[in-house]
Design a protein around this ligand. Structure first.
Ligand code: 15L
Length: 289
């Protein structure tokens, strides 16, 4: 780890008074070796003097850029997480298991992981966390329902449950310690939609980057929950309670609509057509009978 004293730490509250060129001193990106981590690593460079990037050692590839510190770390290792977060001003927490998996894997990476993030954030005075939550927190709503973040959570598996727990950790850490979080319930964030379900849930990489910028630099977010989606023609989610973030999506899945609608229509009772969480609602259990 590079000498932390070489880079000054800048309080988020100082940054918010600046109308432009907002930057943190040191920003941590966890999950930097994952699909979205690889996309965001170069994009987050604009938001900090120093970007500390982390993941399991095997997942981290390539050399550190001049503005980067590369710090391998296991989310389940409390002491290593404490050292990882020391000296950081803000955290973009993408790390963890990103699909439905056996509970023990989710427990280590996601549930212990988010506990370690907030424990270290409290100990080291980090005041802003961006938590990569997921649409699978509400995956058991039907696709013919429109919901907002005040609707009851209905996780569609252990993965969705771990994200729901992460949102509770975020709320608790704001209420008790004043650590602010934006929990982004990310939809389908890939280069383009792949099916009808992702026509509704697509989040382009550019819109995700802009949503992160809004989430990092908007003052007084408390714990804000927002669905991460582009300006899609039909959606299941209402972001009225996150309007203060000022996020305006610029991309739309509409340009892929004809291509996707040429695909065969799934059967009326197929979970990919019925539930917002799609296939996640029927993934698992993993234990043999
Ligand atoms: C997620 O939360 C996953 O991380 C991503 O890989 C997709 O599967 C997405 O949800 C989805 O809703 O399909």
């Amino acid at each position: 780890m590079a000498d932390q004293a070489t880079t000054s730490s800048t309080a988020a509250s100082d940054l918010h008074s600046s109308p432009s060129g907002q930057k943190f001193g040191r920003l941590l990106l966890t999950g930097a070796g994952g699909g979205l981590g690889k996309v965001l690593r170069p994009r987050l460079a604009a938001f900090a003097d120093v970007l500390r990037v982390s993941d399991l050692a095997a997942a981290l590839q390539g050399d550190a850029a001049a503005h980067e510190e590369v710090v391998p770390c296991n989310l389940a290792d409390r002491a290593a997480m404490d050292a990882l977060i020391a000296g950081c001003d803000a955290i973009v927490h993408l790390g963890g298991v990103s699909v439905e998996r056996p509970f023990e894997e989710i427990l280590e990476a996601n549930i212990k992981g988010i506990f370690h993030v907030y424990e270290a954030a409290r100990r080291h005075g980090v005041k802003r966390v961006i938590f990569a939550s997921s649409n699978h927190v509400t995956g058991f709503y039907r696709q013919d329902e429109k919901i907002d973040v005040r609707d009851l959570r209905r996780p569609d598996g252990y993965y969705g449950l771990s994200k729901s727990y992460g949102e509770d950790m975020a709320q608790f850490n704001f209420d008790r310690y004043g650590i602010e979080t934006v929990s982004i319930r990310i939809g389908w964030s890939f280069p383009e939609p792949k099916d009808r379900r992702s026509l509704a849930s697509w989040l382009s990489y550019d819109d995700l980057t802009e949503l992160l910028r809004c989430s990092l630099f908007t003052p007084d977010v408390g714990h804000t929950v927002v669905y991460g989606m582009s300006d899609n023609p039909s959606t299941w989610w209402d972001n009225r309670y996150a309007a203060h973030l000022g996020f305006k999506a610029r991309d739309t899945s509409d340009i892929y609509r004809a291509k996707i609608e040429a695909q065969p229509m799934p059967a009326a009772d197929d979970p990919v057509r019925v539930y917002q969480g799609g296939i996640f609602t029927v993934t698992g259990p993993f234990d043999p009978k």
